[in-house]
Design a protein around this ligand. Structure first.
Ligand code: PMP
Length: 345
């Protein structure tokens, strides 16, 4: 398959000369900064953050084993989802293909940008077959969104099936790996050097426990990363986030411990949920949440709200009829959920 990123880009983006901020133009050593109309008082918050996030990226390089020039940092991984659609899809003309059911932001970002979404349903057991996905592609399809592990189903998609899609599609394949730290062996990140049309999204919001500071990552060829950098807001990662992330990445060992605890809690919770007569099915999960099928999803949801326990009702989503999505909490939180459900039996 021939893949030409410049050809794939929207015309206006290909020609775009990006806005350059004061700090973008200067990258040497300096003692006095009088270039950005900042206030000299109230350090360090008075200064604009590093638009290239060099120090933070250098901390991420050894963790992810990806060179800095192949990393884009976003305000959550939601930011690169929007930027990719904006860079490559012409409003009112192009489309994206997304598996279904899946994470809702691909559609939100596409709708906001007037880009059509073509859904390609997963198999009944939520596995991925490459052929139906490739068959939905039209000449105006610029990207295919895969989500692995998939939200809300919880399962990681088959590597071979994703690779077949990558090898037989001329546009971008975005693999959203927000939950990959719970099953790192299933990541497509090692495939990056071989696949110029692959974009892998990951985040600090889940296993790393940093959802509040909003930091997401896109990994891709330097050419694709350059496009994202060209159209992002100059200071998209604020100084508090950069400083805190540099500090918290040191907690990699703790992150691994949290993953072990959450995976073990997930399996305990799945086993207990399977025992309830109103639970029809607990789907296998590679992530930090469980999708369960029940006879009365809304009744259970409303009852849990009364008990001050909030889960996610996914019963209105096609192919998720009857389903609730439950995040795996601490041992105590999971215990509270089970005790509340026991009262229903
Ligand atoms: N992708 C998936 C599949 C998600 O479930 C989420 C968050 N729920 C995100 C991306 C967004 O994560 P972030 O906090 O990095 O924006």
């Amino acid at each position: 398959m021939t893949f030409d990123i410049q050809n794939l880009l929207r015309d206006n983006i290909r020609k775009l000369k990006p806005y350059s901020s004061a700090r973008d133009e200067f990258s040497g050593e300096a003692a006095v900064f009088l270039d950005a109309n900042e206030n000299p008082f109230n350090a360090p918050y008075n200064r604009y953050p590093d638009p290239r996030q060099t120090e933070l990226k250098n901390k991420i390089v050894p963790v992810k084993k990806v060179p800095a020039e192949n990393i884009f940092l976003g305000n959550g991984s939601d930011e690169p989802i929007d930027l990719l659609i904006r860079a490559f899809c012409s409003p009112g003309k192009d489309n994206i293909v997304a598996i279904a059911p899946t994470y809702g932001m691909y559609r939100v970002a596409a709708d906001v940008n007037d880009v059509r979404v073509i859904e390609s349903p997963l198999n009944a057991d939520y596995t991925l077959s490459p052929k139906p996905v490739l068959d939905t592609v039209t000449p105006d399809t610029k990207m295919i969104f895969l989500c692995s592990p998939n939200n809300p189903t919880g399962n990681a998609l088959e590597k071979e099936a994703m690779l077949e899609i990558l090898n037989n599609f001329n546009g971008l394949v975005i693999v959203d790996e927000a939950y990959i730290d719970f099953c790192p062996e299933k990541s497509l990140l090692p495939e990056l050097p071989e696949h110029p049309n692959l974009v892998v999204l990951q985040t600090f919001s889940k296993a790393w426990g940093m959802a509040g500071i909003r930091l997401g990552m896109a990994f891709a060829s330097q050419e694709i990363i350059d496009v994202l950098n060209r159209i992002k807001y100059p200071y998209n990662i604020n100084i508090l986030t950069q400083l805190k992330a540099i500090e918290l990445i040191e907690l990699e060992k703790e992150k691994s411990d949290w993953v072990k605890i959450l995976v073990s809690e997930r399996e305990k919770l799945a086993e207990k949920l399977r025992e309830f007569p109103f639970v029809v099915k607990v789907y296998p999960s590679d992530a930090n949440f469980l999708l369960i099928k029940t006879h009365d999803p809304r009744g259970i949801y409303d009852y849990l709200v009364e008990e001050k326990i909030i889960v996610r009702d996914r019963s209105g989503v096609a192919l998720c009829e009857g389903s609730l999505r439950i995040s795996v909490g601490s041992e105590m939180e999971n215990q509270r959920l089970i005790e509340a459900l026991e009262a229903l039996v």
